[in-house]
Write a protein that binds this ligand. Sequence first.
Ligand SMILES: [Zn+2]
Ligand SMILES: [Zn+2]
Length: 373
Amino acid sequence: MDIHRLRNLDRPDILRAKLEREGVERTTLSFYRYVRLTEVEALRHELYQEWGSLGVLGRIYLSQEGINAQVSLPTVHLEAFRAALNTREAFADVPWKIAVEDDGKSFLKLAIKVKKKIVADGLADDAFDVTNVGEHLDAAAFNRKMEQGALVIDMRNNYECLIGHFEGAYLPKADTFRGAIEEVVDAFKEKKDAEVLMYCTGGIRCEKASAYLKHQGFTKVAQLHGGIIDYARQIKAQRLESKYKGQNFVFDERLAERITDDVVSTCMQCGTKCDRITNCNEVTCNMLLVQCEACATKYANCCSPSCSEIHQLPIEAQRAWRKGRSTRSTRTKAINDPEGLRRRIREEEELLALNGTLHPELTSVTIQEKTSA
Ligand SMILES: [Zn+2]
Ligand SMILES: [Zn+2]
């Protein structure tokens, strides 16, 4: 078997065009399972072929501790995919969660990666009992406990909480899981006997976080089973009130799925009520931000005048400028200081008015290009 062929080599624009042409209805779903896996490399190659032939796209992490998968596949292949999972004991009857809002373009390619852990949690697993997890609650039970005044903790990173969260939840300021969990332990160290409800996107992070909190001495720890994704499904199916307001941040091309019409955030550039989340279009920046349509037009879909100036250059000049600079397309980092961003925009706009450019180095780049051409 030639393993070099077992990965995608096409560029994103080609993949996107391919997906547009495909014209079949797709379903986006996710699942995970903590389960002992052996010969993970070989398994990875088998799954790549097997799932690839079913038209599965998505991001899958495999490790000795289990699987964490976010995928999209042609809806007609859902049954075949379930059957394929069931033929493997490790994945048999694994519960999956179907995305509520789906345009079928959530993933462009199939990427199966072998990792040390299925969630990069930064925790030393041997230091605590990872199987001693909190009580799993469904949507109705979670709502009930919220009404009884339980403490609600968002176990996601700061940028994921921006555009939607449970009412009154504690929202960590940290931008990593490890940071968030330590922040939570510290923030509630006086309340270790309080009823604690935790939640995350799909439930997987709470498996670790709840065990860690119990290890730290918290006595009444419960977690939202299936995370926000499944909460949204249950709310719809059972016509319950959604105590989650706004959008759910997801890790695919969609960036978010809408749970309720509430808008809980503001545009980071102008401050108007808005929950449109996007990445700065300048690939060397790629910062996540909340940006309204008007600001998107004003700044050419970029986070700042500085990025926007680069982005509006002729394509060759953009390339020349980027030469030697790294692009940040694979990393998710968000602007976490909107005040600071607005200050920077004001300063940059003043400079721009004064000098006509924010990148004096551009003149040398274009001259070099011209002489070498
Ligand atoms: Zn705006
Ligand atoms: Zn930018």
